[in-house]
Design a protein around this ligand. Structure first.
Ligand code: HEC
Ligand code: HEC
Ligand code: HEC
Ligand code: HEC
Ligand code: HEC
Ligand code: HEC
Ligand code: HEC
Ligand code: HEC
Ligand code: HEC
Ligand code: HEC
Length: 322
């Protein structure tokens, strides 16, 4: 497109750019001339070793005094697959910042010390490289809001877990330090393969935050999360059970319980929290209601008969009997 003044659009961008570059070049040259105090300055600037630029001294220097931190070289931070990003070229200083002042003074106040920083500042350092993927929702997440920091769960120097550099050997142990009741419930029930190590807290939650409720990894509400693995419970059904539509956790405790199938209560009490038993058809039951002592409610109780409790696709399944 041609500008009314006859200057091509790309040229309108280019010209200021060229001017800018020239200005910078000229002013840099001027500054160099200043510092070199009138000496012959026509040659190219002295080549600075890359690891010394900007106050960086390089990992090898740090390790001369901190050899006991060499363990980090065995973690992923010491083995960047791509040789170009700062993590690969700056080593220790990609997190601790340029270390020249510290090396010169030997004082710990001249280096970034994560153990002496507010959680938000620690997180900002880590997020400078890890803000994407699973952590896009970190800011404002429940953990961020309550000042939990990356280094509450992760140890970059001495990780104990096989993956993800956690401070403890397993995910559940990491969460357990603060969420004891959920973690202990997981031990209670022989439900999902949690104790076998095939599932853990992060099968359902993203500890770095999520768009859903309760930091659930999948879906925007609880049923969507459960249905991501239990698709057959998702429906839609010809006959929906309003109780199930509402929420899986009306009846199940996602972390486990003392009852079969992780139910929050045993039937018939499970059902009777919502259904007043007296409405039940009298004839086939003891007297006018389904009493707890009825032989009809032994074992699986109400679901002896109402077996399609999550919803039914049978034309005559309106009472979830089939
Ligand atoms: C010449 C030896 C020397 C070199 C080289 C050196 N340090 Fe240190 N560093 C020390 C000493 C000594 C202390 C303890 C200072 C104190 O207690 O005041 C220290 C403390 C620290 C601390 C704080 C430890 C704490 O207990 O909180 C960090 C972090 C640190 N150094 C990182 C680095 C990094 C990163 C490098 C490389 C850029 C580096 N150091 C290079 C000598 C060195
Ligand atoms: C990925 C970021 C990262 C890198 C790379 C890194 N550190 Fe650290 N460093 C930390 C954090 C975070 C802490 C705080 C302790 C913790 O949470 O594990 C720490 C703690 C320390 C401490 C203090 C130990 C203490 O107990 O308080 C020293 C000393 C140290 N680092 C030196 C180094 C040296 C030397 C290197 C390079 C060989 C290095 N760090 C590389 C993040 C890093
Ligand atoms: C300069 C960039 C940079 C900074 C800063 C940084 N990391 Fe990393 N981190 C990396 C790279 C690169 C990897 C290796 C990733 C890979 O190869 O997939 C990595 C790997 C990890 C892993 C292991 C990932 C896995 O798949 O097991 C964890 C956990 C981690 N970083 C946590 C942290 C924490 C916590 C901090 C802050 C204390 C931090 N990182 C700071 C660049 C960085
Ligand atoms: C409440 C504990 C907790 C906090 C806080 C936390 N993480 Fe994690 N992080 C985990 C767990 C658990 C995993 C393993 C996830 C899995 O197995 O799916 C993980 C995995 C990771 C990974 C591995 C790569 C991946 O996505 O699987 C990286 C990188 C990472 N976290 C970085 C961070 C950073 C950066 C922060 C701070 C902004 C942070 N974490 C805060 C618990 C935590
Ligand atoms: C250092 C303590 C700490 C650790 C470790 C920790 N959390 Fe949390 N977690 C919190 C705090 C504080 C809250 C906010 C509670 C509140 O606001 O009532 C929270 C909230 C939550 C919530 C509820 C969110 C909501 O919407 O109510 C979930 C889910 C959660 N954490 C999962 C985890 C998982 C999974 C892990 C392990 C990977 C973990 N947490 C490790 C401190 C921790
Ligand atoms: C099968 C999926 C699943 C697993 C596995 C799981 N959770 Fe949850 N978690 C949920 C659901 C769903 C909720 C929401 C429950 C509700 O709102 O009543 C929840 C809620 C929470 C809450 C908030 C509780 C509250 O009352 O505010 C915390 C904290 C939590 N989980 C921690 C954990 C921890 C720690 C683990 C591992 C020990 C874990 N969860 C494993 C699905 C799961
Ligand atoms: C990450 C996948 C996953 C998610 C998400 C998930 N489950 Fe499961 N669930 C499983 C697996 C695997 C089993 C074991 C299946 C088997 O043994 O055949 C299971 C089994 C169950 C059982 C049967 C337990 C028993 O004693 O037989 C119930 C009930 C259950 N899940 C409810 C839920 C609820 C409610 C949610 C949502 C809060 C949920 N699940 C989310 C994977 C998942
Ligand atoms: C109204 C109460 C109620 C609600 C709500 C409910 N369930 Fe169930 N669920 C049960 C009962 C009762 C059983 C045991 C059935 C039996 O013994 O035959 C069960 C069993 C299960 C089982 C294991 C047996 C099977 O059928 O595979 C899974 C998995 C399950 N429910 C998942 C879910 C999911 C996912 C949701 C949410 C979409 C949900 N439930 C909502 C009452 C409920
Ligand atoms: C969280 C509350 C809740 C729980 C717990 C619950 N239900 Fe329901 N159920 C409902 C609601 C709401 C309806 C819809 C009632 C209506 O449409 O009038 C319903 C409908 C039904 C119907 C069909 C009734 C009709 O008139 O269409 C049956 C049968 C039923 N439930 C059986 C059960 C059984 C058996 C259990 C226990 C395993 C159970 N329900 C647990 C809330 C619940
Ligand atoms: C022996 C089988 C059987 C058992 C056990 C049973 N029901 Fe029913 N239920 C039925 C039948 C059959 C119907 C349909 C009656 C009709 O066609 O009018 C029904 C209807 C219902 C209805 C809808 C009609 C109404 O009264 O609102 C609800 C709600 C219900 N049952 C809940 C329950 C609950 C809660 C339990 C456990 C306390 C239970 N049932 C135990 C067979 C059973």
């Amino acid at each position: 497109m041609i500008h009314p003044l006859g200057v091509h659009r790309s040229a309108r961008v280019l010209i200021p750019l060229v001017v800018l570059v020239l200005t910078v070049a000229v002013s840099t040259a001027a500054r160099q001339a200043d510092t070199q105090s009138g000496a012959a300055t026509s040659g190219p600037p002295a080549v600075v070793a890359t690891d010394q630029a900007g106050g960086f001294v390089g990992e090898a220097t740090c390790l001369t005094c901190h050899e006991n931190q060499a363990g980090i070289q065995r973690t992923l931070h010491g083995k960047a697959q791509n040789p170009r990003p700062p993590a690969a070229t700056q080593g220790c200083e990609s997190c601790h910042g340029p270390g020249k002042a510290h090396v010169d003074s030997g004082s710990k106040t001249d280096i970034t010390r994560f153990t002496a920083m507010p959680p938000r500042d620690v997180n900002a350092t880590c997020l400078s490289c890890h803000a994407r993927g699973a952590r896009v929702m970190w800011q404002g997440s429940q953990h961020d809001a309550r000042n939990v920091s990356c280094t509450t769960c992760h140890s970059v120097h001495a990780p104990k877990s096989e993956g993800a550099q956690l401070k403890t050997a397993s995910v559940v142990q990491t969460c357990q330090s603060c969420h004891k009741s959920e973690a202990l419930k997981m031990q209670k029930s022989a439900h999902m393969p949690v104790r076998e190590g095939k599932m853990d807290c992060t099968s359902c939650h993203n500890p770095h935050g999520s768009t859903g409720v309760r930091m659930l990894k999948t879906g925007n509400y609880i049923n969507e999360s459960c249905a991501s693995c239990h698709a057959e419970k998702r429906g839609p059904f010809l006959w929906e059970h309003a109780g199930t539509r509402e929420s899986c956790v009306s009846c199940h405790d996602p972390h486990g319980s003392n009852n079969d199938r992780m139910l929050v209560a045993k039937a018939p009490m499970l059902c009777q929290r919502c259904h007043v038993a007296s409405r039940h058809v009298a004839t086939i039951y003891d007297a006018t209601q389904v009493a707890n002592s009825s032989n009809r409610v032994i074992g699986r109780s109400c679901v002896n008969c109402h077996s399609q409790i999550h919803g039914s696709n049978s034309p005559s399944g309106n009472y979830f009997l089939r």
